[in-house]
Design a protein. Structure first.
Length: 187
């Protein structure tokens, strides 16, 4: 069973609640590390401006480039649920490795904090919450219900198979675990 995310771009207003809740829940200090990144996409001109938001985190890919790039196997994909996790005890850190996993990921999921000896970190789909039968904090905190998470088969059954959203590029070779409902630009 592969777990992943659903993102409804038509509902997302760019409020950043999911990102703030993630940082708060995981005690991520203020600074460059963001396990969930919200990007504004602006197109068009008056009288037809277009604005959409893209809320991204690790997509727990079917074939994670970050895991393949790690020279010591500090990033792995769990067999039971497909969640891609980082073992900070194995990670060589910024000063030794420099972030080969970060450079391999087209979605920018693996990240270092600002310190020279910091270890890699990224979204783990809130493993501790999943273990208690709860949704990831980003899903639970979204006031407009633009996010959902669960087994990919269930997400596809509920929301369809689309992987298209404005600003999102589906990397076929990596097979990101996400279903999207994209916002369409009016003509």
């Amino acid at each position: 069973m592969q777990r992943g995310f659903y993102f409804d771009q038509t509902r997302c207003t760019g409020c950043f609640t999911c990102g703030v809740a993630c940082k708060d829940w995981h005690d991520i200090p203020a600074g460059p590390v963001k396990w969930r990144v919200i990007t504004a996409i602006e197109k068009g001109t008056f009288p037809r401006p277009f604005v959409a938001y893209l809320a991204e985190s690790c997509y727990h890919c079917g074939h994670p480039a970050c895991a393949e790039a790690c020279p010591v196997g500090a990033i792995s994909k769990r067999g039971e649920d497909g969640i891609v996790v980082v073992d900070p005890q194995l990670c060589l850190g910024r000063s030794v490795c420099g972030g080969q996993c970060r450079d391999a990921c087209p979605y920018g999921a693996p990240q270092f904090a600002a310190g020279e000896d910091d270890r890699m970190q990224k979204c783990d789909l809130c493993l501790e919450r999943l273990g208690r039968g709860k949704q990831p904090i980003c899903v639970e905190s979204c006031p407009l219900r633009a996010l959902d998470a669960g087994p990919m088969a269930q997400l596809r059954e509920k929301y369809g198979h689309s992987q298209e959203a404005c600003g999102f590029v589906f990397a076929e070779e990596l097979q990101p675990s996400v279903v999207c409902k994209g916002k369409k630009e009016s003509k």
